[in-house]
Write a protein that binds this ligand. Structure first.
Ligand SMILES: [Fe+2]
Length: 436
C-alpha cells in the first residue's frame, strides 16, 4: 500500500511540475505521462550465445530510446564501460483506451557464456541495471523454468508461483510459458498484472511464450465474426521473439519460432489452428499446411541433441472432455518421426505427465518416444475427466505448479513443484538407443 501511494504521489508531482513548466513557457498543456521504463522483458534477437533483446514500455514518447550494456562487475561505475545501443519504438493503442510506447533494443556482438548488466531508457531517464547471462556456443548443461496457464489470479495467487520458481532455480536461463498468459489477451489491465507478477524476473530471465486461445481473444466490440488467428498487438509489443517461423506467415510473427540453446532446440508453436473449429476455414487450412511444412524442416534440420516442443492445447487431454484428433494426426506423427523428447503444454488447468509414448502407446525408456506434460500456474482449476489410462504416469488436480527442467548431455530431468515448493513429481528422460 505504501509503495502504491508513493508511486501515485510521484506521478502527481511529475504532472504538476510539467504543468507549471508548460504554463511558464506558454507551451500547450502536457499530459504528465512518464518516460520512466516499465515492463522490462528479456527476449531474443538472434543467437542466444551472442545476442539478447529487451523490450520495455513508457507512457510518454521518448526521442532517443536506447539500452546500455556492460560486462558485469561489482563497481557501481557501470556507465563508464557500457556500450550504448539505439532502440526502436512503436506506438501501441490500448484497450479500453490510451496510447503507450513500447521499445525494443537488440544487443548483439556479445560474448558467449558471459554475465552482462544492462539498463534501458532515453539517455536521461534510466531503469535500474539488470543482469543476464549469454548462452554458451556449445552444448552445455543448464536449467530452465516451465509454467502452464497463468490466465487467472494474476494479481493475487499467481505472483507467488513465479517467485517460488525463481527462488528454486535462480540460475534458470529462460522461462518457457505454454500459453494463456492472460484471460483476455487484448486487455492491457491484465498485462499490467502479468508484468507486475513477474517483476524483475522478466528483466533477468528471458521469456519463451506461445499463444493460447485466450491470448488471441478479440475485444468485445470487435467486428470479427470468426476467430482470427493472430495475437493481440500487445503480444509482440511485450515480447521480442525469434523471427524464423514459416516464411509465408509473416503476419503471424511471434506465434511460431524456434530457438537453439546449448544443445536443445525449443520449437514454440501456436496450435490454435489445429485445436479450434471456428476460424475462417480457408485461413485455418492454409496456416495448418504452412506450419506442418515448416515444422518438418525445423525437426529434420536439427543439429541439437534434444528437441522440446512448447504448445498450448495438449495432444492428450485430461479435462473438459476435449479431444484434438486433427492435431494428433498432424503434429503427433511428426513428433514420433523425429523423436521429439518432450512436449510442454497447458490448457487443461491441471497437471499431467505421460509415459514415453510413440504413436499414442507407451514404449520402453530406451526406445524412441515422447513425454507429454501439461501444467497450470494460475488460479483456475479443472477436474480431471479423462485419465488417459496406459498413457499418463502422473495426474494431479487442484494445485498451482511450476517446473524446473535440467538439461544435461545424456538426460533431461524434470522436477515439478507445487506453488508451496513441495515437489510433486520428478522424472528423467534418457536419449533413446539409436537416436541422435
Ligand atoms: Fe487454454
Amino acid at each position: 500500500m505504501t509503495h502504491t501511494h508513493r508511486r501515485i504521489a510521484g506521478a502527481c508531482l511529475t504532472a504538476l511540475l510539467v504543468v507549471a513548466w508548460s504554463a511558464g513557457n506558454h507551451v500547450t498543456a502536457q499530459t504528465g505521462a512518464s518516460t520512466t521504463p516499465t515492463r522490462i522483458i528479456l527476449g531474443w534477437a538472434g543467437s542466444p550465445a551472442t545476442s539478447q533483446a529487451v523490450t520495455w514500455r513508457t507512457a510518454a514518447a521518448i526521442a532517443t530510446p536506447q539500452a546500455q550494456v556492460a560486462l558485469a562487475v561489482a563497481s557501481p561505475d557501470l556507465a563508464k564501460t557500457a556500450t550504448t545501443v539505439a532502440a526502436h519504438s512503436t506506438m501501441v493503442d490500448l484497450y479500453p483506451s490510451g496510447t503507450v510506447y513500447h521499445h525494443v533494443a537488440r544487443l548483439e556482438g556479445l560474448r558467449p557464456a558471459t554475465r552482462y548488466l544492462y539498463r534501458v531508457g532515453d539517455g536521461k531517464t534510466w531503469s535500474e541495471w539488470l543482469a543476464f547471462v549469454t548462452a554458451s556456443d556449445q552444448p552445455a548443461p543448464f536449467r530452465f523454468i516451465y509454467i502452464g496457464d497463468a490466465q487467472n489470479g494474476l494479481a493475487d495467487v499467481f505472483p507467488r508461483t513465479i517467485r517460488a520458481a525463481y527462488a528454486q532455480a535462480p540460475d534458470a536461463r529462460l522461462v518457457v510459458d505454454a500459453g494463456d498468459l492472460l484471460a483476455e489477451g487484448y486487455d492491457d489491465r491484465l498485462w499490467e498484472e502479468w508484468t507486475r507478477a513477474f517483476g524483475f524476473v522478466a528483466g533477468s530471465v528471458p521469456n519463451l511464450p506461445v499463444p493460447g486461445n485466450h491470448d488471441e481473444h478479440r475485444a468485445p466490440e470487435s467486428s470479427d465474426a470468426k476467430k482470427v488467428l493472430a495475437v493481440s498487438s500487445l503480444w509482440n509489443a511485450h515480447f521480442s521473439l525469434p523471427t524464423n517461423g514459416p516464411a509465408d506467415l509473416g503476419s503471424l510473427a511471434g506465434q511460431f519460432y524456434f530457438l537453439d540453446y546449448q544443445g536443445v532446440r525449443f520449437i514454440c508453436l501456436d496450435v490454435n489452428p489445429f485445436a479450434n473449429e471456428d476460424y475462417v476455414e480457408a485461413e485455418r487450412a492454409h496456416v495448418q499446411a504452412s506450419v506442418v511444412a515448416w515444422l518438418r524442416l525445423a525437426l529434420a534440420n536439427n543439429p541439437n541433441r534434444w528437441t522440446i516442443v512448447v504448445q498450448h492445447q495438449p495432444l492428450y487431454d485430461v479435462s473438459k472432455d476435449r479431444d484434438y484428433p486433427e492435431m494428433r494426426a498432424a503434429l503427433g506423427a511428426l513428433y514420433d518421426e523425429f523423436h521429439v523428447d518432450l512436449v510442454l503444454q497447458g490448457h487443461d488447468h491441471a497437471y499431467a505427465r505421460s509415459f514415453k509414448l510413440n504413436a499414442g502407446r507407451r514404449v520402453g525408456d530406451t526406445e524412441p518416444g515422447t513425454v507429454y506434460m501439461l501444467s497450470v500456474s494460475g488460479s483456475k482449476m479443472y477436474a480431471v475427466t479423462e485419465r488417459q489410462e496406459g498413457r499418463m504416469a502422473k495426474i494431479i488436480e487442484g494445485i498451482q505448479l511450476y517446473q524446473v527442467v535440467t538439461v544435461e548431455e545424456g538426460r533431461l530431468s524434470v522436477d515439478s513443484f507445487g506453488a508451496d515448493d513441495g515437489r510433486v513429481d520428478s522424472f528423467q528422460i534418457a536419449r533413446a538407443v539409436g537416436t541422435r
